[in-house]
Design a protein around this ligand. Sequence first.
Ligand SMILES: Cc1cc2nc3c(=O)[nH]c(=O)nc-3n(C[C@H](O)[C@H](O)[C@H](O)COP(=O)(O)O)c2cc1C
Length: 359
Amino acid sequence: MSKLFTKTALGSMEIQNRLVMSPMTRNRATDNIPNALMAEYYAQRATAGLIITEGTSPSPNGLGYPRIPGIFSTAQVDGWKVITDAVHARGAKMFLQTMHCGRIAHPLNLPAGARMLAPSAVAAAGEMYTDAEGMKPHPAPQEMTEADIKSAIAEFAQAAKNAVASGFDGIELHSANGYLLEQFIRPNTNRRSDAYGGPIEKRARFVLEAVEATIAAIGKDKVGIRLSPFGVFNDMPLYDAMEADYTYLAQHLNALGLLYIHLVDHSPMGAPTVPDAMKATFRKLFKRTLILSGGYDDTRAESDLATGKCDLIAVGRPFLANPDLVDRWRTGAVMNAPDMNTFYTPGPKGYTDYPVMKK
Ligand SMILES: Cc1cc2nc3c(=O)[nH]c(=O)nc-3n(C[C@H](O)[C@H](O)[C@H](O)COP(=O)(O)O)c2cc1C
């Protein structure tokens, strides 16, 4: 008996199955505004139980990449409303992932007047893509003042309210993969000596305050968070206290009572392994919904659900390439392969043109 394809409760909601579409940046939001092409893409995949959107900025300062959407202007709220309506019509619930890129940005990608902010003025190694001039080295960000920190937290809370106004069922704070929230957690990017840096109690403060403010804005049943313990993406090296730091986060997030924790494991993509003990710690300490992600196929998804490792399974690339993933996995059909060349390019190619199965 499949658990994956059985409906279940997610907080006070019911979702049509336990399969979650992972957040995936696709860079189709011209001028940072969600559009009709994006509505078509998400609606095609709305047989999932829950769709989590691509990373979406709560602030002009957080728009680090070209053509990623925001959730801070009226046009953006209106654009997302069309998308949530299209997705809800096919039965999926939908959460918006709020992603503030922090230091993973370039001035050429930012709108006029926006600032590249981070806990400390530490540039990421390597380069990033800009539409204007191609690949460019990462510049050093500006160290945030306490006033910058307060306003960034207020932006997260306002973004959550805007998301609810757009018809989303909730939001996921992106505290994984090297973006602003994770930049506060990790000692390589957080060199502060004030109330937001130093020991984990202080490095975790920005994240916990952002969760608290978001819960105060829209309620704890509408707030999830994504974390990547042992993740190294975007120049975030491993360090000795990683497991202890994330254990602290698991405890304190549980105390705040938010709806879910969504753990990233990019070892199937060649990243360091996330120890089973770390996942088990989250399962033990966090009493609400746990989502696992990274390299899942249907067999492993059913197995991890059956053994109680988690409550829901999130899937990225297979959903990107197979709009009818639910049907394909149910019937054991052949899968389309994802085309990496069109992951981040504008337009419908490699976005809305993956074929569905013939019926
Ligand atoms: C094209 C692409 C874009 C992604 N963008 C995001 C993102 O915006 N936010 C995020 O948390 N993860 C992002 N990820 C990571 C995925 O959510 C997921 O963790 C990863 O693809 C591994 O899962 P999979 O093996 O099921 O694809 C992205 C992955 C891909 C392939």
